[in-house]
Write a protein that binds this ligand. Sequence first.
Ligand code: OKP
Ligand code: ZN
Length: 375
Amino acid sequence: LMKVFTSTLCTTLHTPQYEFLSGAQTHYYESPERLEAILQYLTSNPDSFEIMEHVEDFGYEPIKRVHKQDFLEYLKTAYEEWIKEGGHPNGVLPATIPHFKLARLGKLRPSNILAKSGEFCFDLSAVITKDTFKAAWNAAQVTLTATKDLVRISDEFEKSVAAGTVSRENPPGLYALVRPPGHHAQSDVCGGYCFMNNVAIATQWLIDQPDLKGKDGGPKKIAILDIDFHHGNGTQEIFYTVSNPLYTSLHSNEDYPYFSGSDLEKGEGEGLGFNINIPLPHTTTDDDYVETLEKLIKDHVIPYQADYIIVSLGVDTFKDDPIAGFLVTSEGYPRIGNAIRKIGLPTLFVQEGGYCIEKLGINVGGILKGYLGKA
Ligand code: OKP
Ligand code: ZN
Protein backbone atom coordinates (compact mmCIF):
# COMPACT_ATOMS: atom_id res chain seq x y z
CA LEU A 1 0.00 0.00 0.00
CA MET A 2 1.37 3.39 -0.97
CA LYS A 3 0.40 6.54 0.89
CA VAL A 4 -0.70 9.44 -1.28
CA PHE A 5 -0.36 12.93 0.22
CA THR A 6 -2.65 15.57 -1.20
CA SER A 7 -5.05 18.34 -0.16
CA THR A 8 -8.31 19.77 -1.43
CA LEU A 9 -6.53 23.13 -1.75
CA CYS A 10 -4.60 21.60 -4.69
CA THR A 11 -7.82 21.68 -6.71
CA THR A 12 -9.55 24.77 -5.34
CA LEU A 13 -6.67 27.29 -5.51
CA HIS A 14 -4.81 28.75 -8.51
CA THR A 15 -7.11 28.50 -11.49
CA PRO A 16 -5.99 30.92 -14.20
CA GLN A 17 -8.47 31.07 -17.06
CA TYR A 18 -6.01 31.04 -19.92
CA GLU A 19 -2.44 31.04 -21.17
CA PHE A 20 -0.77 31.59 -24.53
CA LEU A 21 0.51 28.82 -26.77
CA SER A 22 2.06 29.60 -30.15
CA GLY A 23 0.74 33.11 -29.78
CA ALA A 24 -2.86 32.03 -29.34
CA GLN A 25 -4.92 32.29 -26.20
CA THR A 26 -5.83 28.77 -24.98
CA HIS A 27 -7.29 27.26 -21.83
CA TYR A 28 -4.88 26.80 -18.95
CA TYR A 29 -3.45 23.30 -19.37
CA GLU A 30 -2.15 23.06 -15.82
CA SER A 31 -5.66 22.66 -14.41
CA PRO A 32 -7.32 21.23 -11.27
CA GLU A 33 -8.91 18.55 -13.50
CA ARG A 34 -5.44 17.02 -13.88
CA LEU A 35 -5.23 16.37 -10.19
CA GLU A 36 -8.85 15.22 -9.97
CA ALA A 37 -8.23 12.65 -12.72
CA ILE A 38 -5.22 11.19 -10.91
CA LEU A 39 -7.03 11.17 -7.56
CA GLN A 40 -10.03 9.46 -9.14
CA TYR A 41 -7.82 6.64 -10.43
CA LEU A 42 -5.96 6.20 -7.14
CA THR A 43 -9.18 6.18 -5.08
CA SER A 44 -10.60 3.46 -7.27
CA ASN A 45 -7.51 1.33 -6.54
CA PRO A 46 -7.74 1.04 -2.73
CA ASP A 47 -5.63 -2.16 -2.70
CA SER A 48 -2.66 -0.10 -3.83
CA PHE A 49 -3.20 3.44 -2.57
CA GLU A 50 -4.22 5.15 0.66
CA ILE A 51 -5.14 8.84 0.40
CA MET A 52 -3.86 11.14 3.18
CA GLU A 53 -5.39 14.61 3.31
CA HIS A 54 -3.69 15.76 6.48
CA VAL A 55 -1.19 18.58 5.80
CA GLU A 56 1.39 19.64 8.37
CA ASP A 57 2.60 23.23 8.52
CA PHE A 58 6.38 23.46 8.18
CA GLY A 59 6.25 27.25 7.99
CA TYR A 60 8.30 29.62 5.84
CA GLU A 61 11.81 28.39 6.76
CA PRO A 62 12.12 25.37 4.39
CA ILE A 63 10.85 27.51 1.50
CA LYS A 64 13.32 30.31 2.24
CA ARG A 65 16.16 27.78 2.13
CA VAL A 66 15.48 27.40 -1.61
CA HIS A 67 13.85 30.63 -2.80
CA LYS A 68 15.08 34.18 -2.43
CA GLN A 69 13.23 36.55 -0.15
CA ASP A 70 12.55 39.23 -2.79
CA PHE A 71 11.08 36.62 -5.14
CA LEU A 72 8.81 35.17 -2.44
CA GLU A 73 7.71 38.68 -1.50
CA TYR A 74 6.92 39.30 -5.17
CA LEU A 75 4.83 36.10 -5.50
CA LYS A 76 2.87 37.14 -2.43
CA THR A 77 2.10 40.71 -3.44
CA ALA A 78 2.17 40.65 -7.26
CA TYR A 79 -1.53 40.11 -7.94
CA GLU A 80 -2.71 42.91 -5.69
CA GLU A 81 -0.23 45.37 -7.21
CA TRP A 82 -1.13 44.15 -10.69
CA ILE A 83 -4.83 44.86 -10.17
CA LYS A 84 -4.08 48.23 -8.56
CA GLU A 85 -2.11 49.23 -11.66
CA GLY A 86 -4.91 48.16 -14.00
CA GLY A 87 -3.70 44.65 -14.87
CA HIS A 88 -6.12 42.08 -16.33
CA PRO A 89 -7.86 39.94 -13.65
CA ASN A 90 -6.76 36.65 -15.31
CA GLY A 91 -3.52 37.32 -13.45
CA VAL A 92 0.01 38.65 -13.69
CA LEU A 93 1.92 37.98 -16.92
CA PRO A 94 5.01 39.81 -18.08
CA ALA A 95 5.12 41.89 -21.25
CA THR A 96 8.85 42.62 -21.01
CA ILE A 97 11.35 40.03 -19.85
CA PRO A 98 15.02 41.08 -19.41
CA HIS A 99 16.66 39.55 -22.46
CA PHE A 100 20.23 38.28 -22.02
CA LYS A 101 21.40 40.51 -24.87
CA LEU A 102 20.28 43.73 -23.20
CA ALA A 103 23.12 45.98 -22.10
CA ARG A 104 24.12 46.22 -18.46
CA LEU A 105 21.57 43.55 -17.52
CA GLY A 106 20.79 43.51 -13.82
CA LYS A 107 21.75 47.11 -13.13
CA LEU A 108 18.21 48.36 -13.46
CA ARG A 109 15.65 46.84 -11.16
CA PRO A 110 12.59 49.11 -11.24
CA SER A 111 10.09 48.42 -8.49
CA ASN A 112 6.90 48.84 -10.50
CA ILE A 113 4.82 45.75 -11.10
CA LEU A 114 5.30 45.66 -14.89
CA ALA A 115 9.07 45.56 -14.48
CA LYS A 116 8.94 43.05 -11.64
CA SER A 117 6.60 40.76 -13.60
CA GLY A 118 9.42 40.40 -16.13
CA GLU A 119 12.27 40.24 -13.64
CA PHE A 120 10.76 37.32 -11.72
CA CYS A 121 9.22 35.26 -14.54
CA PHE A 122 10.75 33.69 -17.64
CA ASP A 123 7.72 32.80 -19.77
CA LEU A 124 3.99 33.29 -20.36
CA SER A 125 2.67 30.20 -18.59
CA ALA A 126 3.17 31.08 -14.92
CA VAL A 127 0.08 33.23 -14.40
CA ILE A 128 -0.08 34.67 -10.88
CA THR A 129 -3.65 34.85 -9.59
CA LYS A 130 -5.10 36.07 -6.32
CA ASP A 131 -4.30 32.79 -4.54
CA THR A 132 -1.23 31.51 -6.40
CA PHE A 133 1.09 32.16 -3.46
CA LYS A 134 -1.21 30.19 -1.19
CA ALA A 135 -1.48 27.37 -3.75
CA ALA A 136 2.28 27.08 -4.19
CA TRP A 137 2.79 27.30 -0.42
CA ASN A 138 0.23 24.51 0.06
CA ALA A 139 1.89 22.28 -2.57
CA ALA A 140 5.23 22.75 -0.79
CA GLN A 141 3.69 21.93 2.62
CA VAL A 142 1.99 18.77 1.26
CA THR A 143 5.31 17.69 -0.24
CA LEU A 144 7.10 18.36 3.06
CA THR A 145 4.45 16.35 4.93
CA ALA A 146 5.16 13.41 2.64
CA THR A 147 8.92 13.95 3.04
CA LYS A 148 8.68 13.73 6.81
CA ASP A 149 6.85 10.43 6.39
CA LEU A 150 9.57 9.26 4.00
CA VAL A 151 12.04 9.51 6.87
CA ARG A 152 9.77 7.46 9.09
CA ILE A 153 9.05 4.70 6.59
CA SER A 154 12.66 4.41 5.55
CA ASP A 155 13.77 4.00 9.20
CA GLU A 156 11.16 1.25 9.52
CA PHE A 157 12.37 -0.27 6.27
CA GLU A 158 16.00 -0.39 7.44
CA LYS A 159 14.96 -2.06 10.71
CA SER A 160 12.88 -4.65 8.88
CA VAL A 161 15.70 -5.36 6.44
CA ALA A 162 18.11 -5.78 9.37
CA ALA A 163 15.62 -8.10 11.09
CA GLY A 164 15.31 -10.07 7.87
CA THR A 165 11.54 -9.60 7.61
CA VAL A 166 11.64 -7.50 4.42
CA SER A 167 13.80 -7.69 1.31
CA ARG A 168 15.68 -4.73 -0.16
CA GLU A 169 13.97 -5.48 -3.45
CA ASN A 170 10.78 -3.89 -2.15
CA PRO A 171 11.69 -0.41 -0.91
CA PRO A 172 8.87 1.77 0.44
CA GLY A 173 7.42 4.62 -1.59
CA LEU A 174 5.24 7.68 -1.12
CA TYR A 175 3.51 10.02 -3.52
CA ALA A 176 2.85 13.76 -3.19
CA LEU A 177 -0.06 14.55 -5.50
CA VAL A 178 0.27 18.31 -5.79
CA ARG A 179 -0.20 21.27 -8.06
CA PRO A 180 1.08 23.75 -9.09
CA PRO A 181 4.17 21.77 -10.11
CA GLY A 182 7.68 22.93 -9.25
CA HIS A 183 10.63 21.79 -11.36
CA HIS A 184 10.83 24.91 -13.57
CA ALA A 185 10.85 27.30 -10.60
CA GLN A 186 14.36 28.58 -9.91
CA SER A 187 15.57 30.27 -6.73
CA ASP A 188 14.17 33.62 -7.88
CA VAL A 189 12.20 33.15 -11.07
CA CYS A 190 8.92 31.41 -11.87
CA GLY A 191 7.89 29.89 -15.20
CA GLY A 192 6.51 26.74 -16.83
CA TYR A 193 3.43 26.62 -14.56
CA CYS A 194 5.82 26.52 -11.56
CA PHE A 195 6.20 28.98 -8.66
CA MET A 196 7.87 27.14 -5.79
CA ASN A 197 10.08 24.14 -6.41
CA ASN A 198 8.43 21.41 -4.34
CA VAL A 199 11.12 18.80 -5.02
CA ALA A 200 13.95 21.21 -4.21
CA ILE A 201 12.26 22.32 -0.97
CA ALA A 202 11.76 18.69 0.11
CA THR A 203 15.34 17.79 -0.80
CA GLN A 204 16.87 20.73 1.07
CA TRP A 205 14.70 19.99 4.10
CA LEU A 206 16.05 16.42 4.26
CA ILE A 207 19.63 17.69 3.97
CA ASP A 208 18.98 20.26 6.71
CA GLN A 209 17.61 17.88 9.38
CA PRO A 210 20.28 17.88 12.11
CA ASP A 211 19.55 14.38 13.43
CA LEU A 212 19.31 12.74 10.03
CA LYS A 213 22.73 11.24 9.46
CA GLY A 214 23.90 9.46 6.31
CA LYS A 215 26.26 6.50 6.06
CA ASP A 216 29.36 8.73 6.47
CA GLY A 217 27.93 10.65 9.45
CA GLY A 218 27.13 13.68 7.25
CA PRO A 219 23.69 14.66 5.92
CA LYS A 220 21.59 12.10 4.08
CA LYS A 221 22.25 12.00 0.34
CA ILE A 222 19.44 12.44 -2.15
CA ALA A 223 19.31 11.50 -5.81
CA ILE A 224 16.67 13.34 -7.84
CA LEU A 225 15.29 11.59 -10.89
CA ASP A 226 13.39 14.03 -13.12
CA ILE A 227 11.31 12.01 -15.57
CA ASP A 228 9.03 14.85 -16.76
CA PHE A 229 9.17 15.44 -20.54
CA HIS A 230 10.60 18.92 -19.93
CA HIS A 231 13.98 19.74 -18.44
CA GLY A 232 13.80 20.80 -14.79
CA ASN A 233 15.78 24.00 -15.17
CA GLY A 234 14.68 25.15 -11.70
CA THR A 235 15.95 22.12 -9.80
CA GLN A 236 19.15 22.19 -11.85
CA GLU A 237 19.79 25.86 -11.05
CA ILE A 238 19.05 25.51 -7.34
CA PHE A 239 21.55 22.68 -6.86
CA TYR A 240 24.05 23.47 -9.63
CA THR A 241 27.01 24.17 -7.35
CA VAL A 242 26.51 21.45 -4.72
CA SER A 243 27.26 17.71 -4.69
CA ASN A 244 24.15 16.80 -2.68
CA PRO A 245 21.64 16.19 -4.22
CA LEU A 246 22.56 14.49 -7.46
CA TYR A 247 20.20 15.91 -10.11
CA THR A 248 19.43 13.67 -13.07
CA SER A 249 16.94 14.33 -15.86
CA LEU A 250 15.64 12.62 -18.98
CA HIS A 251 13.87 15.12 -21.23
CA SER A 252 13.17 16.22 -24.79
CA ASN A 253 16.15 17.60 -26.68
CA GLU A 254 14.12 20.11 -28.69
CA ASP A 255 11.39 21.52 -26.50
CA TYR A 256 10.55 23.90 -23.71
CA PRO A 257 12.38 25.39 -21.77
CA TYR A 258 14.77 25.43 -24.77
CA PHE A 259 17.69 27.21 -23.07
CA SER A 260 18.65 24.55 -20.55
CA GLY A 261 18.98 20.77 -20.46
CA SER A 262 22.07 20.10 -22.56
CA ASP A 263 24.32 17.22 -21.52
CA LEU A 264 27.14 19.78 -21.31
CA GLU A 265 25.51 21.23 -18.18
CA LYS A 266 27.33 19.11 -15.61
CA GLY A 267 27.37 21.33 -12.52
CA GLU A 268 29.97 23.78 -11.28
CA GLY A 269 32.56 23.87 -8.48
CA GLU A 270 31.72 21.33 -5.81
CA GLY A 271 28.69 20.43 -7.94
CA LEU A 272 30.69 19.44 -11.01
CA GLY A 273 29.62 15.94 -12.07
CA PHE A 274 26.46 16.01 -9.97
CA ASN A 275 24.12 17.32 -12.68
CA ILE A 276 23.27 14.78 -15.35
CA ASN A 277 21.12 15.75 -18.33
CA ILE A 278 20.05 13.20 -20.89
CA PRO A 279 18.25 14.88 -23.81
CA LEU A 280 16.18 12.50 -25.96
CA PRO A 281 14.53 12.81 -29.39
CA HIS A 282 10.77 12.95 -30.11
CA THR A 283 11.03 9.41 -31.49
CA THR A 284 11.64 7.98 -27.99
CA THR A 285 9.59 4.77 -27.47
CA ASP A 286 8.85 2.68 -24.36
CA ASP A 287 11.91 0.52 -25.07
CA ASP A 288 14.17 3.54 -25.70
CA TYR A 289 12.98 5.30 -22.57
CA VAL A 290 13.28 2.33 -20.22
CA GLU A 291 16.68 1.39 -21.63
CA THR A 292 18.00 4.94 -21.16
CA LEU A 293 16.55 5.18 -17.66
CA GLU A 294 18.12 1.87 -16.64
CA LYS A 295 21.48 3.02 -17.98
CA LEU A 296 21.20 6.33 -16.12
CA ILE A 297 20.42 4.43 -12.92
CA LYS A 298 23.31 2.01 -13.40
CA ASP A 299 25.92 4.61 -14.44
CA HIS A 300 25.00 7.51 -12.15
CA VAL A 301 22.30 6.86 -9.54
CA ILE A 302 23.64 3.59 -8.04
CA PRO A 303 27.28 4.80 -7.83
CA TYR A 304 26.11 7.98 -6.02
CA GLN A 305 25.03 5.84 -3.02
CA ALA A 306 22.09 7.97 -2.04
CA ASP A 307 19.90 7.41 1.01
CA TYR A 308 16.69 8.54 -0.71
CA ILE A 309 15.33 8.94 -4.23
CA ILE A 310 13.03 11.84 -5.09
CA VAL A 311 11.25 11.55 -8.42
CA SER A 312 9.96 14.58 -10.33
CA LEU A 313 7.08 12.63 -11.79
CA GLY A 314 5.79 13.92 -15.11
CA VAL A 315 3.78 11.81 -17.52
CA ASP A 316 3.88 14.33 -20.36
CA THR A 317 6.24 11.82 -22.01
CA PHE A 318 2.97 10.13 -23.07
CA LYS A 319 2.40 9.72 -26.82
CA ASP A 320 -0.91 11.65 -26.75
CA ASP A 321 0.11 14.49 -24.46
CA PRO A 322 -1.40 17.68 -25.93
CA ILE A 323 1.57 19.98 -25.23
CA ALA A 324 4.48 17.52 -25.25
CA GLY A 325 5.07 13.86 -25.95
CA PHE A 326 7.56 11.17 -26.76
CA LEU A 327 6.10 7.88 -27.97
CA VAL A 328 5.71 6.42 -24.46
CA THR A 329 2.50 4.38 -24.06
CA SER A 330 0.42 3.42 -21.02
CA GLU A 331 2.19 0.04 -21.08
CA GLY A 332 5.53 1.82 -20.66
CA TYR A 333 4.78 3.45 -17.28
CA PRO A 334 4.75 0.28 -15.13
CA ARG A 335 8.14 -0.55 -16.65
CA ILE A 336 9.46 2.87 -15.58
CA GLY A 337 8.15 2.28 -12.03
CA ASN A 338 9.81 -1.13 -11.97
CA ALA A 339 13.16 0.33 -13.01
CA ILE A 340 12.92 2.84 -10.15
CA ARG A 341 12.01 0.12 -7.62
CA LYS A 342 15.11 -1.84 -8.63
CA ILE A 343 17.30 1.01 -7.31
CA GLY A 344 16.27 -0.38 -3.90
CA LEU A 345 15.93 2.92 -2.03
CA PRO A 346 12.98 4.62 -0.28
CA THR A 347 11.41 6.89 -2.87
CA LEU A 348 9.23 9.97 -2.81
CA PHE A 349 7.32 10.66 -6.02
CA VAL A 350 6.25 14.30 -6.51
CA GLN A 351 3.79 15.26 -9.25
CA GLU A 352 5.03 17.58 -12.00
CA GLY A 353 3.54 17.65 -15.53
CA GLY A 354 1.19 15.52 -17.66
CA TYR A 355 -1.70 17.05 -19.57
CA CYS A 356 -3.60 14.22 -21.28
CA ILE A 357 -6.40 14.24 -18.72
CA GLU A 358 -8.08 11.02 -19.93
CA LYS A 359 -4.92 8.95 -19.40
CA LEU A 360 -3.30 10.74 -16.46
CA GLY A 361 -4.70 8.31 -13.89
CA ILE A 362 -3.61 5.14 -15.62
CA ASN A 363 -0.20 6.58 -16.52
CA VAL A 364 0.70 7.95 -13.08
CA GLY A 365 -0.91 4.87 -11.49
CA GLY A 366 1.18 2.68 -13.81
CA ILE A 367 4.44 4.16 -12.55
CA LEU A 368 3.39 3.87 -8.91
CA LYS A 369 2.06 0.32 -9.29
CA GLY A 370 5.22 -0.67 -11.16
CA TYR A 371 7.18 0.70 -8.21
CA LEU A 372 5.04 -1.34 -5.82
CA GLY A 373 5.75 -4.45 -7.91
CA LYS A 374 2.04 -4.70 -8.69
CA ALA A 375 2.19 -4.11 -12.44
C1 OKP B 1 5.61 22.28 -17.32
B1 OKP B 1 6.03 20.89 -16.91
C2 OKP B 1 4.96 29.15 -22.93
C3 OKP B 1 4.45 27.88 -23.54
C4 OKP B 1 5.15 26.67 -22.95
C5 OKP B 1 4.88 25.70 -20.77
C6 OKP B 1 5.17 24.27 -20.56
C7 OKP B 1 5.46 23.99 -19.12
C8 OKP B 1 5.64 22.54 -18.80
N1 OKP B 1 4.19 30.29 -23.35
N2 OKP B 1 4.33 25.99 -22.06
O1 OKP B 1 7.37 20.55 -17.09
O2 OKP B 1 5.19 19.86 -17.38
ZN1 ZN C 1 6.61 18.79 -18.30
